[in-house]
Design a protein around this ligand. Structure first.
Ligand SMILES: O=P(O)(O)OC[C@H]1O[C@](O)(CO)[C@@H](O)[C@@H]1O
Length: 246
């Protein structure tokens, strides 16, 4: 595991964008595992800047996103498909037909998940998986539980996640209660993982994930077993690690 420290959110975003850019430059037909949430927005903004300068080419890139709310269509402005279109896909030369997000409108969960696992399989494997982390240690929408779920599955979101995500909705009632998410096995199968975290609200989750016991109660703790994990975080997110690991 390598941990890079950023001065602030912007610095973290730029460092993460550098790592993602290197992946695209070294392998122009890379399969990128992408993430939503507020953390990666700055990284996407930086990638767009470099793209506009002519430094990046997405024409051969394939992307698979981690998750999607069940019940939301891609044109709903709270859907993760919409987020990706707005923050990245609509502004770069990526082939939209090769950008994948679970189908939130598929009501049959088994079907939606089987289809997504097949899509991931057909990409040939993710080269670099970007991850944010939830305050409870979730990655994608893999919530704390009694077992690590291997493949794409439908989850009942925890109250803390619904509360955290309600900031994007008019009210808590509007936050979907379920989501489709890649499983821990899908995530761990990526060749490289890039975990980005900022702010004190992530400090405990980051410490538990990187230095605590490996347990499904802290889903991100499984990342300790990944052979190529890079963490980019600011001092606030790293504060508990700094305190406890001398
Ligand atoms: O980056 P944020 O907005 O803090 O979200 C953290 C995590 O929570 C999620 O948004 C899901 O609740 C993930 O997609 C993300 O990695």
């Amino acid at each position: 595991m390598i941990i890079y420290t950023g001065k602030d959110y912007q610095d973290v975003s730029r460092k993460a964008a550098n790592i993602m850019s290197a992946q695209i430059i070294m392998k122009p037909d890379a399969v990128l595992g992408l993430a939503t949430g507020s953390t990666p927005v700055g990284m996407y903004t930086q990638l767009l800047e470099w793209y506009k300068k002519g430094d990046l080419d997405f024409s051969r890139v394939t992307s698979v996103n981690l998750d999607e709310y069940k019940g939301l269509s891609g044109d709903n402005d709270q859907s993760y498909r919409y987020f990706m279109d707005q923050n990245l896909f609509n502004h770069v030369n990526i082939d939209k037909a090769r950008t994948f997000v679970p189908d939130g409108l598929e009501e049959d969960s088994d079907k939606a998940c089987a289809q997504y696992n097949e899509i991931i399989r057909q990409t040939g494997g993710v080269d670099m998986q970007l991850l944010g982390i939830g305050g409870n240690g979730h990655i994608g929408f893999n919530e704390p539980g009694d077992a690590f779920e291997k493949e794409t599955h439908c989850v009942d979101l925890t109250e803390s996640t619904i509360r955290a995500n309600s900031r994007f909705f008019e009210s808590m009632d509007e936050v979907p209660k379920q989501a489709y998410t890649m499983g821990i096995g899908n995530i761990m199968a990526a060749k490289k993982i890039l975990l980005v975290a900022t702010g004190t609200s992530k400090a405990e989750a980051l410490y538990n994930s990187l230095y605590g016991p490996i347990t499904p109660k802290v889903p991100a703790s499984i990342l300790q077993l990944h052979p190529d994990l890079t963490v980019v975080a600011d001092e606030d997110a790293l504060s508990m690690i700094r305190e406890k690991i001398k």
